[in-house]
Design a protein around this ligand. Structure first.
Ligand SMILES: NC(=O)c1ccc[n+]([C@@H]2O[C@H](COP(=O)([O-])OP(=O)(O)OC[C@H]3O[C@@H](n4cnc5c(N)ncnc54)[C@H](OP(=O)(O)O)[C@@H]3O)[C@@H](O)[C@H]2O)c1
Length: 331
């Protein structure tokens, strides 16, 4: 990504939720450039301890804290140039059963990060959102939708801090993803659980997710939501392709188990109603902030369909296998 180094070189970068899947990958990719310091902020000391040993880098600083605690967030953002806000509760069923906890982390936490960023004159704050925030039906999606609204209120321009969000779908193999479950089921010779034969999901790799964040870091003016176009597939096809690659046999048994609390059959990355404000650029949609109270609706955008996991390009089997290889789930 040309010119990207300049956005990072010599900068102090804070990663909230830095011990998670996103945090690990962004840290590895940042360390290929020249940040002055990367601060990893999260609650659990064990994850921090492991990450410290794993990276063994003098550029990493580990800070224990909770995004729900404004004073702590204010302290950790002092002299920081860039924040990647990734700390979140992200499991749909758990947020569904504990919606107030999702609210405290995903909404109040984001509010604290924004307030502290503004207070400490942080240059850029890029927050990670999800397809589940679009037309949300579950507490997780609702809390992430509120996170977007709250961070981008006033078009991210109430201060010197440029605030933008990125949205993406399922990251293959990230913590809590379906891959470890599929792996253990195939090893045990048990059927792969599928929620519904129709279910589709957007799929991307962690490096693709991080590149979207870096793209946003470089191109944000404040108030945008950056969305990476991603291929999608039916989960049935994904499960079959994976099992076939591991066992060498077609037709591995699947078991339809039904949707979990709050789960959608299909996901949406850009809603039809957002298309009026969306610019299409190469592999991206950039949903721009409101420019005035009324947004003109052109014929083109009025007819534009939502960007959904069932309406976009569905990956053929060879593309699913390529993704699985890239992410090292198959050889
Ligand atoms: N993985 C996906 O498929 C996916 C898809 C779309 C969007 N996203 C978004 O990407 C972001 C990162 O996801 P991920 O996959 O990296 O998740 P993850 O692996 O579960 O990591 C979450 C991180 O947040 C920290 N955390 C949780 N609650 C916190 C709190 N209250 N205060 C401070 N830190 C807290 C966790 O550490 P402690 O528990 O130690 O605090 C951990 O470091 C999230 O915002 C998620 O919604 C993920």
């Amino acid at each position: 990504m040309a010119g990207f180094e300049k956005s990072i070189d010599g900068k102090k970068v804070l990663v909230t939720g830095g011990t998670g899947s996103f945090g690990h990958q962004v840290t590895s990719m940042l360390l290929e450039h020249g940040p002055e310091e990367i601060i990893i902020f999260s609650r659990d000391e064990n994850k921090q301890h492991h990450m410290r040993s794993e990276y063994n880098s003098p550029k990493l600083k580990f800070v224990i804290g909770d995004v729900r605690d404004y004073e702590r967030v204010k302290e950790v953002t002092k002299n920081v140039d860039i924040i990647f806000h990734a700390a979140a509760l992200k499991h749909v069923p758990y947020c569904e059963f504990h919606p107030y906890e999702a609210f405290k982390t995903n909404v109040v936490g984001a509010h604290n990060v924004k307030r502290a960023a503004i207070e400490n004159d942080v240059q850029r704050l890029i927050a990670i959102s999800t397809d589940k925030a679009v037309k949300p039906v579950n507490a997780m999606g609702m809390s992430k939708a509120m996170q977007e609204k709250l961070l981008l209120n006033n078009n991210g321009k109430e201060s010197n801090t440029v605030i933008s969000c990125v949205r993406y779908g399922n990251v293959i193999g990230s913590r809590g993803s379906v891959m470890p479950l599929f792996e253990s089921k195939v090893k045990a010779g048990q059927p792969l659980p599928i929620t519904s034969a129709k279910m589709t999901r957007f799929m991307l790799t962690l490096p693709q997710a991080i590149n979207l964040v870096f793209y946003a870091l470089q191109n944000a003016n404040g108030g945008e939501i950056f969305v990476k176009k991603a291929p999608a597939c039916r989960m049935v096809d994904f499960a079959q392709a994976y099992a076939e690659a591991i066992t060498g046999k077609a037709g591995y048994p699947l078991e339809v188990v039904g949707v979990r609390p709050g789960e959608k059959i299909h996901e949406v990355l850009v809603a039809r109603e957002e298309m009026h404000r969306a610019k299409e650029a190469d592999d991206y949609f950039i949903i721009e902030p409101y420019k005035s109270f009324y947004t003109p609706v052109s014929e083109n955008t009025d007819n534009a369909e939502e960007y959904g996991s069932n309406t976009t390009v569905q990956m053929p089997k060879q593309d699913i296998l390529k993704l699985l290889k890239e992410t090292k789930w198959i050889d």
